[in-house]
Design a protein around this ligand. Structure first.
Ligand SMILES: C[S@@+](CC[C@H](N)C(=O)[O-])C[C@H]1O[C@@H](n2cnc3c(N)ncnc32)[C@H](O)[C@@H]1O
Length: 227
């Protein structure tokens, strides 16, 4: 199915787009931890200046947050992870055309990538904005926030690193809060601090926030700081 995002124009991810399917296979190790320990690469190496501060956005959609924030923070490297191919191509095409070298967009499942491929303590912030709510009970296991993913985010974050969550979805928010309450030894919950790129009256300024704001929906937001 095509969403027609390119409006007839070919989307060219170029060097801004990385495909998870193109990564070398994981070593044949007995555990994920052992496989990860044998990894030959670190995603920060995809950037021209790998030693810079590093932030990850899970489910970057059309890439609006990445583009807005990366312009204001040229000394931070941003990795968006998006599993929907057309949205990945659209976001990477935007990054390529603007010429931002501090943004990459990875096509793949963010939770798989963070679990199996990402070294410890590399990200200063993990952004999770308007994550898919998967309202049916049988689909709840597809929600990004789970007990095991919170442990993974904690591992991937630097000391004092932050997981920032915004959603419009009341039931997903309840789910997130329940999981966060169970993970109090991992994270301290704080108020959400708007990024500098958010427009007036906005929390973050993603495409979904703008769409939901026009519909008059209320939002929930929190920041979790790694203990
Ligand atoms: C509701 S959209 C929000 C997009 C964007 N964050 C925004 O606020 O405009 C959620 C996005 O997350 C992506 N997504 C959901 N689960 C994902 C996962 N596990 N890995 C990568 N992308 C995911 C979906 O394909 C979709 O583009």
């Amino acid at each position: 199915m095509s969403f027609g995002l390119g409006h007839g124009r070919e989307l060219v991810p170029g060097a801004a787009g990385v495909e998870m399917s193109a990564l070398p296979p994981l070593p044949d190790a007995a555990t994920v931890e052992a496989a990860r320990a044998q990894l030959a690469f670190d995603p920060r190496a995809w950037f021209a200046e790998p030693s810079r501060r590093f932030e990850i956005e899970i489910g970057s959609g059309k890439g609006t947050f990445l583009l807005q924030q990366a312009v204001l923070e040229p000394n931070t490297n941003f990795l968006g992870i998006e599993w929907a191919g057309e949205f990945w191509a659209y976001a990477a095409d935007r990054v390529r055309r603007v010429g931002l070298t501090n943004v990459k967009v990875l096509r793949g499942d963010a939770t798989d990538f963070l679990r199996g491929r990402t070294p410890d303590a590399i990200a200063s912030v993990i952004h999770l904005y308007f994550s898919d709510p998967w309202p049916k009970s049988r689909h709840h296991k597809r929600r990004v926030v789970q007990d095991h993913t919170l442990r993974e985010f904690h591992r991937v974050l630097c000391p004092q690193g932050e997981l920032r969550i915004v959603t419009d979805h009341d039931e997903l928010w309840q789910w997130d809060v329940e999981h966060v309450d169970r993970a109090q030894e991992l994270f301290e919950r704080r108020d959400f601090a708007r990024p500098a790129s958010a427009g007036e009256g906005e929390l973050v300024g993603t495409n979904f926030e703008r769409k939901f704001r026009r519909e008059g929906r209320p939002f929930h937001a929190m920041t979790l700081v790694k203990r």
